[in-house]
Design a protein around this ligand. Structure first.
Ligand code: ADP
Ligand code: MG
Length: 162
């Protein structure tokens, strides 16, 4: 998809990752599912924090590594932030009622989506993050028509295409 007009984006410091999340918040309309892919320390939680702040969340944004999911209510908007790093078996997702989360008209963020296997519905958008020198590099990959539309709207000003 990157070759079809969604170039990678350089995020030189933490502030840039937060800013990207804020910009994504302006465009994100539920129901929407975003996967955040990348190694430990790649910036997945930081991007989620920027997004939640952009949506108006003023409290802290914890990494839901031990709880699997952290719910947020922001006005009438529901956000579910998953971190599946410690998921032992994708079958656990059925046990926590993953279908109910996806049935709600919510914004869903999933760190470590690979661990969810086939239990996870396809995302509208995947954000691939990787360490690059002192900063990070981000690649967007839409997974649905909604994701394509979102990527096309995404303002590139202020970002250097890598
Ligand atoms: P993950 O959730 O992918 O494990 P985090 O979001 O917790 O990663 O970020 C790990 C560290 O990387 C944090 O200290 C954060 O401040 C830092 N970080 C995030 N984005 C960037 C960036 N673009 N450049 C440099 N450091 C960053
Ligand atoms: Mg994290």
């Amino acid at each position: 998809m990157t070759d079809k007009g969604f170039p990678a984006i350089d995020l030189p410091d933490e502030a840039a990752t937060l800013d990207f999340g804020r910009r994504l918040a302006v465009l994100a309309r539920p129901p929407l599912c975003i996967h955040l892919v990348g190694d430990l320390g790649a910036g997945k939680t930081t991007l989620s924090r920027g997004l939640l702040r952009g949506l108006g969340h003023e409290g802290s944004v914890k990494s839901p590594t031990y709880t699997l999911v952290e719910p947020y209510s922001i006005g009438s908007l529901q956000v579910f932030h998953f971190d599946l790093y410690r998921l032992a078996d994708p079958g656990e997702l059925a046990y926590i009622g993953i279908e109910d989360y996806f049935a709600a008209s919510a914004l869903i963020l999933v760190e470590w989506p690979d661990r969810g296997g086939a239990q996870l519905p396809n995302p509208d958008l995947s954000c691939y993050l990787a360490v690059c020198d002192e900063g990070r590099r981000l690649r967007l990959e839409p997974g649905s028509d909604k994701g394509v539309a979102l990527c096309r709207q995404f303002p590139r000003e202020g970002f250097s295409a890598a």
